[in-house]
Design a binder for this molecule. Structure first.
Ligand code: NDP
Ligand code: OXD
Length: 317
């Protein structure tokens, strides 16, 4: 394809007003044809797709796609689709999500460490009762997944002097973080859990990580901490978490992602006194930041320049 031909970009996301995204992309990709996919209309040939949780029908209708840009960091939904074999898949890196993950993780850890729920309960009864301060060194936080989002979370927690531990697939070093301990691979999982009290999960969902938040693993954490789960619902075995909360091994859970979303009304998590639920908003996709990153990567790809954020389908992330 000559570089003079206009780029043809199909857009799909679960937004009831896709025209806002389409207009923004048109503004960023001068001269490109951009449209929102409508399965009811005859398909138009497209070179590129910008998508979130695309259906298989979108891939089937566009066999000429050269690259697909994911409107999110997690690519589990993208990889469930069968794409043309030579297509390049590109994900979002940060794009304003890392700071949101850091905010939510610090809020959860600090609220628990400073016993703010207990103080709020006392305040409802007008009870003035200071508690003995806790020793921060006794409250290490483990972060599963030390990638783009996990690293920002580690750095934010370390800035509050919490001892931080990280677990990744390959070795990662954050030697500049005081109290840092790094672990990797299957052999590193048990020592990582034993060295952590709170646990933040920021892993991609892959065959190797599905169900990883289970009784066997969570029970190896130091007792009395929180599970802070912002990754994907299928990482967690719900009944194992409920059993560990009931036994007291875990003191609470902050959950943003669920096996079934929206979380069914009857699910025990909604009403458990020590579970806090948010509707998959730990880090929201920000339109301007995300489209700016996608447009610059799409242009780089179109003009044969290197592109960051390529997904490795074999690795699964
Ligand atoms: P990255 O790809 O940058 O980081 C992934 C990390 O997980 C890497 O450190 C990687 O190890 C590690 N990892 C992958 N597989 C394994 C494994 N088998 N064992 C141990 N470690 C493993 O991803 P991001 O940080 O950008 O995003 C992480 C996840 O956060 C997304 O996949 C998504 O599921 C979730 N997310 C949730 C959102 C929400 O609002 N709830 C919003 C955005 C993302 P290595 O460093 O060796 O490669
Ligand atoms: C993401 C998400 O992966 O929003 O970006 O969950």
């Amino acid at each position: 394809m000559g570089t003079a031909a206009p780029m043809r970009v199909v857009f799909h996301a679960a937004d009831t007003r896709p025209e806002r995204w389409v207009r923004s992309l048109e503004g960023l990709l001068e001269g490109a044809e951009v449209w929102a996919w409508n399965p009811q209309e005859p398909p138009r040939p497209a070179d590129y797709a910008v998508v979130w949780a695309p259906p298989q029908a979108l891939a089937d209708a566009h066999p000429g796609l050269r690259a697909v840009f994911n409107l999110g960091a997690g690519v589990d939904a993208l990889l469930r689709v069968r794409w043309p074999s030579d297509v390049t898949l590109v994900r979002l890196d940060d794009a304003g999500m890392a700071v949101q993950m850091a905010e939510r993780s610090c809020e959860a850890v600090i609220r628990h460490f400073r016993e703010l729920d207990a103080y709020e309960a006392q305040a409802r009864d007008a009870r003035w009762k200071p508690r003995a301060p806790r020793q921060r060194s006794q409250w290490p936080v483990g972060v599963m997944g030390t990638g783009v989002l996990g690293e920002r979370v580690l750095r934010a927690l370390a800035a509050f002097d919490f001892p931080v531990r990280g677990w990744s697939r390959t070795p990662r070093e954050f030697a500049d973080l005081p109290g840092w301990q790094g672990f990797h691979g299957e052999a590193g999982l048990a020592p990582f859990l034993a060295a952590s009290r709170h646990l933040v999960c920021l892993l991609p969902l892959t065959p190797a990580t599905e169900g990883i938040l289970c009784q066997r693993n969570l029970s190896q954490l130091q007792p009395g901490g929180l599970l802070i789960h912002f990754a994907r619902g299928a990482h967690l075995v719900d009944e194992d978490l409920l059993a560990l909360l009931d036994s007291g091994h875990l003191d609470g859970a902050v959950l943003d992602v669920f096996g079934v979303e929206p979380l069914p009304e009857a699910h025990a998590f909604w009403r458990h006194p020590r579970v806090r639920v948010t509707p998959h908003v730990a880090a929201q996709t920000l339109r301007d930041e995300s489209l700016a990153q996608i447009a610059s990567r799409l242009l780089a790809f179109h003009h044969g320049r290197p592109v960051r954020g390529r997904v490795d389908p074999l690795r699964g992330y």
